[in-house]
Design a protein. Structure first.
Length: 264
């Protein structure tokens, strides 16, 4: 699970963006929880924070913004109540429960439409009038996310990524050995039969620049993330090597007759 954090001065703009998030023209934002905030818009909620700002006129970054993102695999069965618990646990770890805050879930991102995650905006000044120190806040957010992941026995995202990529690579090798020559459309079709979706990456001119592969879990990877040999520039050479190795193994294990019987 990933945790990010920073102090910001543009609380209204950040919150309005979080509340109005759309992906492909569809609403992608859901309010999950809030604490001591009652407004309907980002402007109204930040306005409620302003009385606390007055004791710190020289503090420019008076809001805190966080992103909490568990892996697709870990959050696939989450309900809104589960997301609220995760967000509140994070705020507890950050020692921010005595602050005004709102937690918003985004169902995905433009590039990873199934990567649900949380955005949290908080007042940097507590309800009791104390300024929250923002030294190393990004590092503390990461540590808080790691602590929660460990407590919940979440698999580290990098470990899931390795497993996903290994599974994709195995499937790609299987398809490449099966095809007579490399054809992206046929490659896409055969991978689809194995449960992996291929998406072309094209420039605005229509030129094919590469492709992405989505793991069975829903996480999408660039071909280069699977390996340099699987990019469009190198995949035909990879296919030739796979076929050569396949033929070598087949030939090496073939029984042939000779003096004294059969030989490998």
């Amino acid at each position: 699970m990933i945790g990010k954090g920073k102090s910001i001065s543009h609380g209204v703009a950040a919150l309005e963006y979080d509340l109005a998030k759309e992906i492909d023209g569809q609403a992608a934002a859901t309010e999950i929880a809030r604490h001591e905030l009652y407004g309907c818009t980002g402007a109204e909620m930040v306005q409620e924070m302003k009385p606390y700002f007055t004791d710190f006129p020289n503090v420019k970054n008076n809001c805190l913004r966080f992103e909490v993102s568990p892996s697709i695999e870990e959050s696939s069965s989450f309900t809104d109540a589960d997301w609220a618990e995760l967000g509140n646990d994070f705020m507890q770890c950050m020692e921010l429960m005595n602050h005004q805050y709102i937690i918003i879930k985004h169902s995905g991102t433009e590039s990873k439409k199934k990567q649900a995650h949380l955005h949290i905006l908080a007042n940097r000044i507590s309800l009791s009038g104390e300024l929250y120190r923002d030294n190393w806040i990004g590092k503390r957010a990461t540590e808080a996310a790691n602590a929660i992941a460990k407590e919940r026995n979440f698999v580290q995202s990098q470990d899931i990524g390795k497993a996903n990529k290994a599974e994709i690579k195995e499937a790609m090798n299987e398809v490449l050995k099966k095809l007579q020559g490399f054809d992206l459309a046929k490659f896409q079709e055969e991978l689809g039969k194995l449960g992996f979706k291929v998406r072309e990456a094209r420039a605005s001119t229509g030129k094919l620049n590469g492709y992405y592969v989505t793991a069975r879990s829903g996480t999408e990877y660039k071909a280069s993330e699977i390996g340099k040999g699987y990019t469009l520039a190198h995949i035909e050479q990879t296919q030739k090597k796979l076929k050569y190795n396949q033929m070598s193994i087949s030939h090496g294990n073939k029984l042939t007759s000779g003096k004294g019987g059969f030989h490998l």
